[in-house]
Ligand binder design. Structure first.
Ligand SMILES: [Zn+2]
Length: 91
């Protein structure tokens, strides 16, 4: 996944945590919150598979609106993803 600022895209890979923190610092988002959402996104792949959706935390990239949602603690899994995750965790 990537975190996208208005004109730049930040790819996530081995240095995703430091880049996420850097983006957070420049955008005013809390770095711990951004890193937490990155971790939730990646854990989401373990439970939901490799795909992305056009909304919610499993978007392929996050723009300024998503960073604002992170700041307001509103970037979450959508209802369908919640259902699958709960089913997967219950075995
Ligand atoms: Zn992803």
């Amino acid at each position: 996944m990537t975190v996208r600022e208005t004109t730049r895209t930040v790819p996530y890979g081995s240095n995703s945590v430091s880049r996420g923190a850097s983006v957070a610092a420049r955008t005013g988002a809390d770095s711990d919150s951004v890193i937490g959402c990155v971790m939730a996104h990646e854990l989401g792949h373990l439970l939901l598979g490799p795909g992305h959706v056009p909304d919610a935390i499993m978007r392929a990239s996050w723009g300024t609106g998503d960073l604002e949602a992170i700041r307001r603690r509103r970037l979450v899994f959508n209802r369908a993803q919640n259902t699958v995750i709960r089913r997967e965790l219950q075995g």
